[in-house]
Design a protein around this ligand. Structure first.
Ligand code: PMP
Ligand code: GLN
Length: 380
C-alpha cells in the first residue's frame, strides 16, 4: 500500500531521542531546540498582527515586508544584493526550504555531494527526489576535508553539492579558504550549491560566518537557506526561507506552491518586525550562547568525554570511551543515567567515525546543562 519512496525513510534520531527523554524522565541534551522561550516582544507583534486582521493566507512567496527585510539583512551583514520581490521564498522552516530546493533541482539518478556528518534531512530529501547521496568526510580533530575527496566524489552524474555552515553536528565554521575551494569546484563542474546557513548568527571566538553565495561567481549557482527559528529561539514557529538569484528561487516556488503554499501570516509579520531589531538583539544573543558553550565545555573538562570545541551552532561533539558504540551508549545514557544525547553514526553515509562520538546540545538553560552533564559524568 505504500509508495516505494518511503521504504528508506526511518524516524529521525532527534525525534527518537526526545521521545526516549520523556519516557525515561531524562535531561534532554539531544534534539536541537532551546528549552527556553524566545523574546516576548516578538509574541506581542504576532498578537498585534492577529488583532489587526492579518489572519488570512499570506502571498505564496511570503509577505513582502518580510522578504524586503530579509533582503536588506543580506546587504547589511554580508553585502549581498538579494531581490526582495523575486529572490526570496518564505518557507515552513529551513526543513521545507531544503525539501523544495532539492525537489526542484534533483532528478532521479542525479548525484548530490554531501559533507558527512550530514544533517539527516539532506540524504532523506535527496533520496525522496530519486537522487543519490555521495559523501565527503569531514575528519577529526578539526573536521576539515581533503580537497581531493571532492574530486573523487565527482562523476558525470553529479548535479549539486550541499553545504551546512555553521555545521550541525560538529560546530565547524568553514574558512574562507575552504569555501573558495568548494566554489571553484562547483563552478568548474557546473554544480548547483545548496547552502544551509541556519546557524549563521551563532559563531564563537574569532570565527566569521561567510555565506558561500557571497564569493565570486557563486550568486549565479547558489541557493542559501536559513531559519528564524534558530536566530530568535522560536523553532516551533517554523519560519524559514530560501534566497538567491530570482531564476533559481523561481524553481523553488514551483514546488513550494504545492507543499505549504504559504506560511502562517501573523508569524511572518512578527518576524518582519523582529528582523529590524537584529542589530540590537544579536550581541546579547551571541553572548548568551557563548556562555552556554563555555559552561558545557568547562563541565566536560574532567570527564571521559573529550569535547571538540565548536566555533558555531549550538552543538558540541564529544569523543566517547572506545569500548562502546555511539548508539549503545546513547541508549544506556538515556535509560540508566537520565540524559538524552544524539548518537552520530546516523549523520554518516560512508565513514564509521560517528560510532566514536555523541552530539550534545547546549541550547538549554544553565540548570539543564549542569544537570545533564552531571548525569553524563556518572557514566564511567
Ligand atoms: N538545517 C539544520 C542544519 C538544522 O540543524 C535544522 C534544525 N535544527 C534545520 C535545518 C531545520 O530548521 P527548521 O527548524 O527551521 O525547519
Ligand atoms: N535540527 C534539529 C537538530 O539537529 C532537530 C530538528 C528536528 O527534529 N527535525 O537536533
Amino acid at each position: 500500500m505504500f509508495a516505494n519512496r518511503i521504504q528508506s525513510m526511518g524516524t529521525s534520531i532527534f525525534t527518537l531521542m526526545s521521545k526516549l527523554a520523556i519516557k525515561h524522565n531524562a535531561i534532554n541534551l539531544g534534539q536541537g531546540f532551546p528549552d527556553f522561550d524566545g523574546p516576548s516582544w516578538i509574541f506581542n507583534e504576532a498578537f498585534k498582527a492577529m488583532t489587526e486582521g492579518k489572519n488570512q493566507y499570506a502571498p505564496m512567496p511570503g509577505i513582502l515586508t518580510l522578504r524586503k527585510r530579509i533582503a536588506s539583512n543580506y546587504k547589511n551583514y554580508y553585502d549581498m544584493d538579494i531581490d526582495s520581490e523575486n529572490g526570496v521564498c518564505i518557507t515552513a522552516g529551513a526543513t521545507e526550504a531544503l525539501f523544495v530546493t532539492i525537489s526542484a533541482y534533483i532528478n532521479p539518478g542525479d548525484e548530490v555531494i554531501l559533507f558527512e556528518p550530514a544533517y539527516d534531512a539532506y540524504p532523506a530529501d535527496v533520496l525522496l527526489a530519486g537522487g543519490i547521496p555521495k559523501y565527503v568526510t569531514l575528519r577529526k580533530p578539526d573536521f576539515g576535508f581533503d580537497f581531493n575527496d571532492l574530486d573523487n566524489a565527482l562523476t558525470s552524474k553529479t548535479k549539486a553539492i550541499i553545504i551546512n555552515n555553521p555545521h550541525n553536528p560538529t560546530g565547524k565554521v568553514y574558512t574562507r579558504g575552504e569555501l573558495e575551494e568548494i566554489s571553484k569546484f562547483a563552478i568548474k563542474n557546473n554544480l548547483i550549491v545548496i547552502s544551509d546557513e541556519v546557524y549563521e548568527f551563532l559563531t564563537y571566538d574569532d570565527a566569521i560566518h561567510i555565506p558561500i553565495a557571497s564569493l565570486p561567481g557563486m550568486y549565479d549557482i547558489t541557493i542559501t537557506i536559513s531559519s528564524t527559528g534558530k536566530t530568535f529561539s522560536l523553532t516551533g514557529w517554523k519560519i524559514g526561507y530560501a534566497v538567491g538569484k530570482p531564476e533559481l528561487i523561481d524553481a523553488i516556488k514551483k514546488i513550494h506552491q504545492w507543499t505549504t503554499f504559504a506560511v502562517n501570516t501573523p508569524g511572518q509579520h512578527a518576524m518582519a518586525y523582529a528582523i529590524t531589531k537584529l542589530d540590537e538583539y544579536l550581541p546579547d544573543f551571541k553572548k548568551m550562547y557563548l556562555g552556554k558553550r563555555n559552561l558545557m565545555l568547562k563541565l566536560l573538562e574532567d570527564s571521559t568525554f573529550v569535547a571538540h570545541t565548536p566555533l558555531g551552532s549550538y552543538f558540541i561533539m564529544v569523543d566517547i570511551p572506545k569500548a562502546i558504540k555511539d548508539e549503545d551508549l546513547a541508549m544506556r545514557l538515556v535509560k540508566d543515567y537520565q540524559v538524552a544525547t544524539v548518537p552520530t553514526q546516523g549523520f554518516y553515509g560512508k565513514s564509521r567515525e560517528g560510532e566514536t562520538m555523541l552530539r550534545l546540545c547546549f541550547a538549554k538553560t544553565d540548570e539543564t546543562i549542569i544537570q545533564g552533564i552531571e548525569n553524563l559524568k556518572k557514566y564511567v
